[in-house]
Design a binder for this molecule. Structure first.
Ligand code: ADE
Length: 293
């Protein structure tokens, strides 16, 4: 059996001692890395996810690796359900007495062409990735951060050039990018900073690899990334911790792309077949149509 990974951080020990965070989707992949780094830095964490069984197992494992005084708890919460989100925030406040950080990492989608989406499938993805994030932000603000300040980090996606085969989540994540800006402006007066981190599609995690079914899909990305390698979940977590920390005290309404430069360089893997469906337009076309009148 492989030795358990020793949790670490580039940030100083004790940076988040006594702080309290909620991490949605905190039991797997990027969310798990964020949770583990926060715990390492002394932050108490409430992880929330829809799948209680999987979350409990992940929480039990993470508890064994805590090296700071921080405590970890977990709660089943479907972020699409308003009452469950309200309950997540109020239970965290009762459990830990405060809420300094909210990390909206919970999300989900399935690959398909847009014309094949049912309304139910479309709504489910929008409700999880956009409405769920909104509900968590609103409840954190109304129940705590309005009076006490705080920091929110939303995890979005590499949707800057569109997201074919994932148009539902692309639309939802682009909306969260804009929501980030609006909330940063509205809530600045309460001492709340709101930022986002946009991981590239080239961030490797075992959870993402299992979701895609084909682990090689990640390797196809490498030639398209200026840094010529895949990214790690720890590289997302460090950006989140930076945005939560006083090192970013003057940053709000911003999105950090963590993608090895991929979004600047080239398009994603989506081949458009050769076709002749696009008709050019010139003024001569107008003349021709006028002459027919
Ligand atoms: N992760 C994926 N979907 C979720 C949901 N609906 N609620 C909480 N976490 C999730």
């Amino acid at each position: 059996m492989a030795a358990p990974t020793k949790i670490s951080s580039v940030f100083r020990n004790g940076l988040f001692n006594g702080k309290v965070a909620i991490v949605t989707g905190g039991g797997t992949g990027i969310g798990k890395a964020i949770t583990q780094e926060l715990l390492y830095l002394g932050c108490n964490v409430m992880v929330a996810s829809r799948n209680e069984e999987r979350l409990r197992k992940a929480t039990d494992e993470m508890k064994k690796n805590i090296t700071s005084p921080a405590e970890l708890d977990h709660m089943q919460c479907n972020i699409r359900k308003e009452e469950q989100v309200q309950n997540l925030i109020s239970t965290t406040l009762s459990r830990f007495g405060k809420l300094d950080f909210l990390i909206n990492n919970g999300g989900g989608q399935f690959p398909a062409r847009a014309e094949a989406f049912s309304l139910k499938g479309w709504n489910a993805v929008i409700e999880t990735n956009l409405t769920g994030t909104f509900l968590c932000c609103r409840e954190a603000y109304n129940q705590w951060m309005n009076d006490n300040g705080g920091v929110i980090v939303n995890i979005i996606a590499d949707m800057w050039k569109g997201l074919p085969m994932m148009s539902h989540t692309g639309a939802a994540r682009a909306a969260v990018d804009n929501l980030t800006k609006s909330l940063a402006l509205e809530w600045a007066e309460s001492g709340v900073r709101v930022n986002s981190v946009a991981p590239g599609s080239s961030i490797y995690s075992e959870t993402a690899a299992a979701n895609y079914g084909d682990p090689k899909i990640f390797a196809y990305n490498i030639p398209k990334i200026p840094l010529k390698r895949l990214g790690t979940v720890e590289e997302i977590s460090t950006s989140v911790c930076f945005l939560l920390s006083p090192a970013s005290a003057y940053i709000t309404g911003e999105t950090i792309k963590v993608d090895g430069g991929g979004s600047l360089y080239s398009t994603m893997i989506f081949d458009i077949p050769d076709h002749k469906k696009s008709k050019a337009y010139t003024w001569k076309d107008d003349e021709k149509s006028k002459s027919k009148l």
